[in-house]
Write a new protein. Structure first.
Length: 183
């Protein structure tokens, strides 16, 4: 059961109403995560701005979804696991790829290095080695993209934590529980 009330976009007022309407315009719906975040207009605005800025970055959308799936499963976030599974399918990632992403891997050799690095950041709380950065550079990731990988981990941890603290009701197709992947 969800631990905090969702803000109904129909009855929302002021900046929250405008922000939720922007989400609806962009996505066609207002996911429950955004309705929970709407309890704080600053929180909702901050997450939307952070996510929006990263969406304009240089990492391709499929890799962003791969990272989101890995981090959701490190943190055991059922909401994000379901949401990013749906988004990954929309990005044409197949079941084998999605399953690999949930374990911090990828069936694509280049993406595998990025997803594994993202998982390592989350599991070790950013205790990565120079060799980890070198591996990313060897497969062609730029320093800008490496920064974005770190930031995608951060934004996904942020939304995972919100969903886990408040047990946000999953409004995407249920796929079963996310795993908590340790070390």
């Amino acid at each position: 059961m969800q631990r905090i009330a969702s803000i109904d976009p129909v009855t929302a007022t002021g900046s929250v109403k405008d922000l939720l309407e922007g989400v609806r315009t962009q996505l066609g719906v207002v996911p429950n995560l955004h309705k929970v975040l709407a309890q704080s207009s600053a929180g909702l605005e901050g997450v939307l701005a952070f996510s929006g800025a990263l969406a304009r970055g240089t990492l391709d959308p499929a890799t962003r979804e791969r990272i989101a799936l890995a981090i959701a499963n490190v943190n055991g976030c059922d909401y994000c696991n379901a949401a990013h599974t749906a988004l990954a399918k929309h990005r044409k990632l197949d079941e084998a790829e999605i399953a690999a992403n949930r374990t911090g891997r990828s069936t694509d050799a280049r993406a595998d290095v990025a997803v594994n690095f993202a998982r390592k950041i989350a599991v070790t709380r950013a205790d990565v080695a120079e060799d980890d950065l070198a591996a990313l550079r060897r497969v062609g990731y730029t320093d800008a993209q490496i920064v974005e990988i770190v930031l995608h981990v951060a934004v996904n941890v942020l939304t995972n934590y919100v969903n886990e603290v408040f047990k946000t009701e999953v409004d995407f197709p249920h796929i079963g529980p996310a795993t908590r992947i340790a070390g």
